[in-house]
Design a protein. Structure first.
Length: 453
């Protein structure tokens, strides 16, 4: 394994034996394999990838895709049926938080026990204990038996131990979905600090925004196979396309992703992230004007499978009704798209979202706050034009717009259709601009100089 690689996975496969009845397990032992009393379930098949040192990689996939099985094999709590795993560095894993705690031991005793499992000696644990105790914030309960803890207290202590052992490789399996918002933000801040220190992070989450925000690369698993890997935003788009696909189209979409049917769109997102740059690089006067650049088109648009509706013609217009995609900060614009209803629909709502190039959601709106305020019924063969007005308070840069329509299918609300990266626009640069970051919050500096007496 190369010295710059932290995790190397090659041809990994895992087979579980499924027994229909408890006696079948006994019969399998007694016959010593001469007869098979189980059926095989391959949770993972022929998965290979490398994670470089200092890299943060997200693993996404539907429930049952093999994400947790993969992480358990990397951590060594499961043995692979086939394939090899090599790691280079101390591993701290956040799998099932608190699963290794002895309920009869106190929190303090479990800290020392878990730290020893993670490779720390007693002296190192004693030195780190004040930081672990402070992060957990469970007060005097640190000396009480763990069986008296609430689930939230257990999570806090387990997380505090795992992230304070100075891991060279941190493995996180959806552990940040627990706890209150303040604790989750504290956990994310700590993970960001670990990332900045140069540690390698392998991260599993169902939250696409979290993967895009934290990770350098993403891997999509489904049915125990690796479908694709690449830039987080592109992989999350494919994952969401698979997630919302109707059952009869899932197999075809999986094969399309494996074959790289969408590779050109993903590559164009990175090869030309500032589409139309040749037109915006012209010298701009102090008084800039919004305009439409026909060369600036989204090349990374992804469409969900239709459930009876189709979105088309996403466009931006200024207050004069002129089509634009090069905007001026501080002005009001209208984002509109057309929805054709192939089937009748109930409890219909429309939505839009503005995102950065990296896929971070900045803000948006829906046409109704809930199903009770939605459009009750839209007949088949209807066409509706949806428009959202918004104030452009974004700083110069390139942004994407999403478009979506949801409705009721039985008792469940779902996307009838959705377009990711449906529309691309740019906010033009201003001369002598003092605003920083992504959003202009109208921050005004006040500087006072005090003279010495």
């Amino acid at each position: 394994m190369s010295s710059d690689v932290a995790i190397s996975v090659s041809g990994l496969a895992k087979c579980f034996h499924i027994y229909e009845k408890p006696r079948d397990r006994l019969m399998q032992m007694l016959t010593r394999g001469q007869r098979q009393y189980f059926r095989e379930f391959w949770a993972m098949s022929d998965v290979s990838f490398n994670v470089k040192k200092g890299e943060t990689v997200g693993i996404v996939g539907r429930n049952g895709s093999g994400k947790s099985t993969l992480l358990q094999m990397i951590c060594g709590t499961l043995n692979p049926t086939h394939g090899t795993i090599e790691t280079n560095g101390r591993i701290a894993a956040l799998l099932e938080l608190g699963s290794g705690f002895n309920p009869e031991f106190s929190g303090r005793e479990n800290v020392f026990l878990n730290a020893a499992v993670l490779g720390l000696n007693r002296q190192e644990t004693e030195r780190k204990f004040p930081e672990i105790e402070a992060f957990a914030e469970i007060g005097d309960f640190i000396d009480q038996p763990v069986k008296t803890y609430s689930s939230g207290m257990m999570v806090r202590l387990a997380f505090a131990v795992a992230i304070n052992v100075d891991p060279q490789i941190l493995i996180v399996d959806e552990a940040l979905s627990v706890g209150d918002e303040l604790f989750q933000r504290k956990c994310f801040a700590r993970i960001e600090a670990i990332k900045e220190s140069g540690a390698t992070i392998l991260f599993v989450s169902h939250s696409g925004g979290t993967v895009i925000d934290l990770c350098d690369r993403a891997i999509l698993l489904d049915g125990g196979r690796k479908l694709t890997e690449g830039a987080p935003k592109a992989v999350i788009g494919k994952y969401q396309r698979l997630l919302y696909a109707p059952a009869h189209k899932v197999a075809a979409i999986r094969e399309d992703i494996i074959r790289g049917g969408e590779q050109s769109r993903a590559q164009s997102e990175h090869a030309d992230p500032h589409d139309g740059e040749h037109t915006s690089s012209r010298s701009l006067p102090d008084e800039i004007h919004e305009y439409y650049d026909p060369h600036m088109q989204s090349k990374s648009m992804l469409a969900y499978e239709s459930h009876g509706a189709v979105i088309s013609e996403p466009q931006l217009h200024n207050v004069a009704g002129e089509r634009v995609n090069c905007l001026k900060r501080g002005e009001t614009y209208t984002y509109s798209f057309q929805v054709e209803f192939i089937k009748s629909a109930t409890a219909v709502r429309f939505g839009m979202m503005i995102k950065t190039l990296s896929g971070i959601e900045l803000g948006g709106a829906v046409s109704a706050s809930g199903s009770e305020d939605s459009i009750t019924y839209i007949p088949a063969e209807s066409t509706i034009r949806v428009a959202f007005d918004f104030d452009c308070n974004l700083n110069p840069g390139t942004y994407f717009l999403n478009a979506g329509v949801v409705g009721a299918m039985g008792d469940t609300e779902t996307y009838l259709h959705r377009l990711l990266d449906a529309c691309l626009f740019r906010v033009l640069p201003l001369s002598r601009d003092t605003s920083t970051g992504t959003v202009d919050f109208k921050c005004l500096p006040v500087i006072q100089r005090k003279n010495r007496i």
